[in-house]
Ligand binder design. Structure first.
Ligand SMILES: CC(=O)Nc1cnc2ccccc2c1
Length: 444
């Protein structure tokens, strides 16, 4: 192309003066965020395609929401870390907005918006980027992608059993077995039943759970202090911490009595696990509460049995989230599965797939004036559904062979003058070295 500024031939115009006095931009992405160059994008697509294939197997429908939401969707007053790290700001319309830190509130918003026009139960899934704003002191990521599956409108634990089954199916698809990971399962109704004899206000329950979720992250004295701050008596605190160390459903039944919902739900869940065939993946663990304020019943988290990694995924029942948005309550449960820990686990287990680029044909004209014919050949192959990497400039054969090797091209299609005049092209199968000529129409 003409370049009036007299820059290098073929350069786009106008270009900055060759003196290079333009300051070089920072080519890294913003702190705590990632680029996905082709190799990383292939791994991400492999992971997400497995998420989506399992969602399809379970009859879930894909949904999506804006990454930007009203801040009000996430301003729960329960001392959650996810709120402290909200990536929020005021937009040019002076609206308080936030980059979503999780997907469930958006899902609830859409369900409410749809109201009577959707028939329950809803089984919706999405894979979406979530954000947090952390002081980079901890050097942690500020974004990650989460697979979410939610069942809206089913009050019984069959829904939780189905969700856990879908995660087991996902793990098995990527080569993870029950010897690698398990699920810790409990119910927040356990805490509710312990607390019912200490009349604590309903709105305190979320706060208590958020504090207890930190039991393995901060000293127990700190936990006790925070529980007292929200108004629990010394006795209530003791009772709570004691029930968290219960080791089995039998022991729990002795502690709570056999008539409560917590025991009934958990017994039924473990029985359903048997029927779904994933009993070996589950264990009751009274200390699992999860850190989101809105859970109300069964809660679960996937963990690596070697105990080296943070929770792989987590979820539970949230029967009152809708009323916190001013709508009729609808029973619901769901989980979130992040894209970070699972990759660390796969790396540990040597299960990361080797994914190279895959091209069916590298098409190349043997000299300049045959470029057009190479385009014709490329078009014919593409119309047959064959992928073609078309060499777009005149290149030495050495360069073409190198590129074919780097892109794992199945075969090389060489458009030469004499062959073309006979309606033929040259074919070189790169895996075998086999070389032959073929009529263009017979190429497939
Ligand atoms: C291990 C990891 O990257 N965690 C992570 C990264 N970014 C987030 C962003 C929002 C909410 C939770 C997040 C969690």
């Amino acid at each position: 192309t003409e370049s009036p500024s007299g820059g290098r031939s073929g350069a786009l115009s106008p270009r900055p003066p060759v003196t290079g006095d333009v300051k070089k931009i920072d080519v890294n992405p913003p702190k705590g965020t990632r680029d996905f160059p082709p190799e990383d994008m292939r791994l991400r697509n492999w992971l997400f395609n497995n998420f989506k294939e399992v969602s399809r197997l379970y009859g879930f429908e894909e949904v999506d929401f804006p990454v930007l939401e009203s801040e009000a969707l996430f301003t729960r007053k329960a001392g959650e870390e996810i709120k402290d790290q909200l990536y929020c700001f005021e937009d040019r319309g002076n609206r308080r907005v936030a980059l979503r830190p999780e997907l469930t509130p958006s899902l609830a918003r859409l369900v409410i918006q749809k109201g009577k026009s959707v028939s329950l139960p809803l089984k919706w899934f999405t894979v979406g980027q979530c954000w947090r704003y952390e002081r980079m002191t901890r050097g942690r990521r500020r974004e990650h992608y989460q697979w979410n599956m939610d069942i809206i409108g089913v009050p019984g634990v069959m829904a939780e059993a189905e969700l856990i089954s879908s995660i087991v199916t996902f793990f098995k698809r990527i080569g993870i077995t029950e010897s690698d990971v398990g699920f810790k399962v409990s119910s927040r109704k356990v805490l509710q039943e312990v607390l019912k004899s200490y009349s604590i206000p309903e709105n305190m329950f979320g706060k208590v759970c958020v504090i207890i979720d930190k039991i393995e992250k901060i000293p127990v004295d700190e936990i006790k202090k925070e529980l007292k701050v929200v108004g629990l008596s010394q006795e209530a605190v003791q009772d709570l911490l004691q029930v968290l160390s219960v080791k089995s459903l039998t022991e729990l039944e002795e502690r709570l009595g056999g008539s409560g919902e917590a025991i009934a739900d958990l017994k039924q869940l473990f029985s359903l696990a048997e029927k779904f065939g994933y009993s070996k993946w589950l264990q009751f663990d009274a200390s699992v509460v999860r850190g989101l304020a809105y859970y109300t019943g069964v809660v679960f988290e996937g963990f690596d049995r070697e105990g080296k990694l943070r929770a792989i995924c987590g979820g539970g029942r949230y029967d009152h989230l809708f009323s916190t948005f001013g709508a009729e309550d609808i029973p619901a449960c769901g989980f979130g599965f992040g894209d970070a820990v699972i990759v660390e686990l796969l790396r540990e287990k040597g299960l990361l797939p080797e994914l190279g680029q895959q091209i069916d044909n590298l098409v190349c004209a043997l000299d300049e004036e045959l470029q057009g014919y190479a385009a014709t050949a490329a078009n014919m192959l593409r119309e047959k559904g064959q992928s073609v990497d078309l060499v777009l400039e005149s290149k030495p054969l050495k360069w073409v062979f190198k590129r074919a090797a780097r892109t794992n091209a199945e075969r090389l299609i060489l458009v030469g003058k004499s062959e073309w005049q006979r309606g033929m092209v040259g074919v070189k199968v790169l895996s075998t070295g086999e070389q032959y000529e073929v009529k263009l129409d017979d190429l497939n």
